[in-house]
Every structure is written in C-alpha cells, then in structure tokens.
Design a protein around this ligand. Structure first.
Ligand code: UDP
Ligand code: MG
Length: 312
C-alpha cells in the first residue's frame, strides 16, 4: 500500500521545508509507504533550491519542475499523472490543509466504502468579508446553474483511490476546474470539515481578479446556462418591444402624437446596447474556451524531474 502526496508549489521558499518536516513527522506516525511529489510551478524565488535540498535527503521525494508558471490546476495534473500510489492526496504547501487529517482519510478509504475523502472549510476566519461574500455567492450560483454539486468552501485537499485518479486522468481538457471535475467523475465521496487555518508564512497567490476569473472558468466549464440567459432575455425583450410597437402605432395613428419620449428612446437604445454587449461577451467566453481546447496544447510542460526513477 503506497500513498502519493502531491504538493503544487509556487513561490513557497519559506514554506517547503516547514511543510516537509511536518508531513514527514505525520507519515512516521501513520507508518505507511509513501512518495512525496512536489510540483514546482515555475516559482520565481528559491523554491526549487529548497526542494533540491529535500530531494538529496530523501529518495522518496520527487520534484517535477515545470518550465514556467502554469497555474495550480496544471501543477496538480502533472502530479496526478506522475503518481503511482494506491491512494493519492493533493495538499497545499502552505499547511492550510492539516496533515493530521491524513490518518483519518486513509482509515476511511481502507473501509472500501468510499473512493474519495474530500475536505471543506467550515468557516473563513482570517479572510476579508467581501471575499467571503463573493465566494459564498459563487457556490450558490454554480450549484444552481450546474449539475455538479460543489460543497461551499470545498478545498482541493482530497484523498482518492487509484481508480478515481485514473478516471480523472481520462479527462484531458485544457481548461481545468478541478473542484468540478472531482465531482463530475462521480465515485463515493466523504466530506470532512475543518476550521480555516491561516498561512504560517508566505502569502496567498490569489488576487481578487484571479478568483473572479476562476469563478467564471468554473461556471463556463460546467454549464452552458449563461447562453440560455442570452436567449431568454432576447425573447423577452422582443416580446416587450412588440407590445410597445403596437402601442406607438395605435397612439400615432389614432391620437396623432408623433414626437414623444426622447428620454424613453435614449433608455431603450442604451438598455439594448448593454444586453447585446453582454450576450456577445457570454458567447465570447464560450468561443474562447472552444478555441483554447481545439489548439490541443499540453496543459503543462515538464523541464526536469528530480530523483526520477520511474520510466515514463
Ligand atoms: N500554487 C501553484 N501555482 C499557482 C498558484 C498557487 O502551484 O500559480 C500553489 C501554492 O504554492 C499553494 C497552493 O497552490 O501550495 C494554494 O495556493 P494559495 O495558498 O496561494 O491559495 P489559497 O490557500 O489562498 O487558496
Ligand atoms: Mg493557501
């Protein structure tokens, strides 16, 4: 029985050695065979040097060095593809995913009742309230619009069986929204909740805009519902326009009042202009994704694997 631990790292020079020490301590307690796969996602600081040092100490540590920063989704995929364990877990390097849950996760998978153990934060302590508000709204929206149920506060911290990982790897899409993909592949998942833990060092890589486009990515990846909105608003506005047209027609013909409502005209033009731009934008989002997919570029490029002993 082997556990693969995948850790995507981007500019985590302060965290990797702290993370390594903590996880090794935990693994010693659990007494399980393991492989630790760090994916260096094009860090611009000394993360790679730190990782090299760890590799020298421990042959069970592998480092996949990507050729540039691809994003966490790509880094996770690189790790998943490289992993060979019977159980596979994805963890952040910043210790916000508590390693002491590993033992419980393994126990749950050992019962064979579940194929995956996922985690979510039960609170968002230490996060700006405005971000919490938007995050909450996002989960409500995506769960209303799509068929995949994503738990509010779901983390990427999740342990899966080999068969679930293999299914995930069959999804070769370029625009990856893992939180949704994990749910999409099905399998039985148990959710564990834990209190939010603040980063011991370094800082979050997520700016507000990055999160915003991630949210759009999530919605566009899993539903074409927004396109429907464009269709529906088109139908609705056409109907209203038709009724209004009749009204103007009658008004002019029978009551002879040809020049009326400059203000209403201006409103109508602006409103329609807005709706049209919005609809084009929505179509554009889907078209751009389609363009991205048909190019069939690889999701990530590996520069080097340190400690590599697997024949790929
Ligand atoms: N990460 C990555 N590539 C990126 C951004 C982040 O591999 O482009 C890694 C990062 O090093 C960390 C994990 O993804 O291990 C989560 O990032 P972060 O802690 O910044 O996110 P948060 O916990 O704030 O959601
Ligand atoms: Mg974090």
């Amino acid at each position: 029985m082997k556990l693969s631990i995948i850790v995507p790292c981007y500019n985590e020079e302060e965290m990797v050695s702290i993370f390594y020490d903590t996880i090794i301590e935990e693994l010693k307690k659990i007494k399980i065979n393991y492989e630790l796969i760090f994916v260096n996602d094009g860090s611009k600081d000394k993360t790679l040097d730190e990782l090299r040092k760890i590799c020298k100490k421990n042959k069970k540590v592998y480092v996949i060095d990507l050729s540039r920063n691809f994003n966490k989704e790509a880094a996770m995929l690189a790790g998943l593809e490289y992993s060979t364990g019977d159980y596979v877990v994805v963890m952040d390097a910043d210790l916000q995913d508590p390693p002491n849950l590993l033992r419980e996760m393994i126990k749950i998978l050992d019962t064979k009742e579940y194929d995956s153990v996922a985690t979510y934060r039960i609170n968002r302590k230490g996060e700006p309230p405005i971000r919490t508000f938007f995050a909450r709204s996002f989960y409500k929206l995506i769960n209303k619009m799509t068929k995949v149920e994503i738990v509010d506060g779901a983390r990427d911290y999740r342990m899966m069986t080999r068969s679930m990982v293999d299914s995930l790897l069959k999804l070769q899409e370029y625009h990856r929204f893992s939180k949704g993909l994990f749910v999409w592949v099905g399998f039985k998942t148990k959710y564990l909740g834990y209190e939010n833990i603040e980063r011991p060092a370094g800082k979050t890589k997520w700016s507000f805009w990055k999160l915003f486009s991630y949210a759009i990515e999530g919605i566009v990846s899993f539903t074409t519902f927004p396109l429907r909105i464009a269709t529906f608003s088109g139908i609705l506005i056409s109907l209203i326009a038709f009724i209004y047209l009749l009204y103007i027609f009658v008004n002019t013909l029978f009551y002879g009042n040809p020049v009326a409502g400059w203000a209403s005209l201006a409103c109508i033009i602006l409103f329609l202009g807005g709706i049209q731009l919005l609809s084009i934008g929505i179509i554009g989002e889907y078209l751009a994704r389609t363009y991205g997919e048909v190019k069939r570029r690889p999701v990530y490029i590996i520069k080097e694997v340190i400690n590599d002993d697997k024949k790929n």
